[in-house]
Design a protein around this ligand. Structure first.
Ligand SMILES: Cc1cc2nc3c(=O)[nH]c(=O)nc-3n(C[C@H](O)[C@H](O)[C@H](O)COP(=O)(O)OP(=O)(O)OC[C@H]3O[C@@H](n4cnc5c(N)ncnc54)[C@H](O)[C@@H]3O)c2cc1C
Length: 385
């Protein structure tokens, strides 16, 4: 039966991993939730993500609050996955595999030593491996390898399976999802959020609207400039590969900045990714594919035997400080969960926890203040809606 309700406690714009996880957790708390997705759930940037849950490999001394958020979300993942599997009955594809950061030459080795020193100074668990030790762990690595760091706590999830599990769990908890439903505008009435207007002209009432539309969050009409979060697309190109000989070429994630190879555990791999600032461009270029394959085959020669299944490009939603905007907007009833840049899959559990605390009136998460959308108010105040 088609669901024709027009009034909800919470309308969530965007059915990527972020919107779906918020929807599931909010429905679990008894809220009447509707997730609105203009395409298919998980068909935006979430579809392109490699799925690394890698706060330690991604650690940047200039982004300490983000590191704390990433570590907290990684710690929440095992329980999140357990509940998700129970709720929806589908396996979200979590692989507890660990990560190796590797260096091929002297310059890269020196850079990797600096990366190690930085992580040691932050008390992050990382182990320095000689090339021979790394090759014992991963025989697929080339003999020319110089140095490696082992990060046993950085794991992986398969975003497509995470999306499917979130959709099932959302429905199981009583939440609703409308695919192929494009939101044109956030409706504001009497100084507070009143709902959304759809592209087909229909209107839905909601006491709360959560903006979780990824990089497209900045394009929604209806919000005054001071209520917005500035976002820029950061393009990433990737290859999906599989090994006709089956699994075993790599068992851990291998990172060779800016690239990485992510095993799915069944002979499939993701090779990524570029970081490009080119607006809303999702073309795949020969040059990027060439460079990614060149670097990967130098480190893992067996990559040249893999079959290419798909070439994909996606847009990371970046804010000016590269950290997400999670929390209340400047209009009552408006909530942001956007700007997760290169860590949206990692940050899914903690984002849902933070937003649902807000929706239910629970005390704010201890890390919430650093990610408050209001930190961009000065940047957006002078721009046009
Ligand atoms: C190449 C690449 C590799 C990445 N690898 C990783 C990784 O290894 N680990 C990690 O943690 N992160 C990774 N990321 C980042 C991650 O993919 C994003 O941070 C995350 O997917 C953001 O999720 P989201 O739900 O906010 O956005 P999206 O997945 O883009 O979802 C937003 C949804 O909103 C919908 N939408 C937009 N506008 C409207 C509208 N007006 N009405 C209705 N629906 C609308 C879209 O169709 C879309 O489905 C990677 C990104 C890229 C590009």
């Amino acid at each position: 039966m088609t669901d024709r309700s027009t009034s909800f406690d919470v309308a969530i714009i965007g059915g990527g991993v972020i919107g779906l996880a918020i929807g599931w957790r909010a429905a679990q708390r008894g809220l009447d939730v509707l997730v609105l997705e203009r395409g298919e759930p998980g068909g935006g940037t979430s579809r392109v993500a490699a799925g690394m849950l890698a706060p330690i490999a991604e650690a940047d001394p200039g982004e300490q609050p983000l590191l704390a958020l990433g570590l907290a979300s990684a710690a929440a993942y095992p329980r999140f996955i357990e509940e998700l599997s129970e709720a929806g009955g589908t396996d979200p594809g979590y692989l507890s595999c660990g990560t190796l950061m590797v260096a091929r030459d002297r310059d890269e080795s020196e850079a990797l030593e600096r990366e190690l020193a930085m992580r040691d100074s932050l008390g992050l668990p990382v182990r320095r491996l000689r090339a021979s030790e790394a090759r014992r762990l991963e025989p697929g690595l080339a003999p020319s390898l110089r140095l490696a760091l082992e990060i046993p706590g950085d794991h992986v999830i398969e975003p497509a399976r995470l999306t499917a599990a979130l959709v099932a769990a959302l429905r199981h908890a009583g939440g609703r999802l409308r695919s192929a439903t494009d939101v044109a505008e956030v409706l504001i009435s009497g100084g507070r959020v009143a709902g959304v207007r759809l592209l087909d002209g229909g209107e839905l009432r909601a006491a709360n609207v959560v903006v979780a539309a990824g990089i497209w969050s900045g394009l929604l009409a209806g919000l005054p400039p001071q209520a917005r979060v500035p976002l820029r697309p950061v393009k990433g190109q990737t290859l999906r590969l599989h090994d006709p000989a089956g699994p075993g070429l790599l068992t851990r994630v291998v990172r060779m900045p800016p690239g990485y190879l992510v095993p799915r555990g069944d002979g499939r791999y993701v090779l990524g990714a570029t970081m490009e600032e080119r607006g809303f461009d999702t073309t795949v270029t020969a040059g990027a594919v060439f460079e990614l394959l060149r670097d990967a085959t130098e480190l893992v020669p067996g990559v040249s035997e893999l079959v290419i299944d798909e070439l994909l490009a996606g847009l990371r939603p970046g804010t000016p400080d590269n950290a997400p905007a999670i929390g209340p907007g400047s209009i009552p009833g408006l909530h942001w969960a956007a700007g997760h840049h290169r860590n949206g899959i990692l940050l899914t559990p903690i984002t849902a926890e933070m937003v649902v605390a807000e929706l239910t009136g629970d005390p704010p998460h201890p890390l919430a203040e650093a990610f408050h959308p209001a930190r961009f108010a000065a940047a957006t105040a002078g721009t046009r809606a």
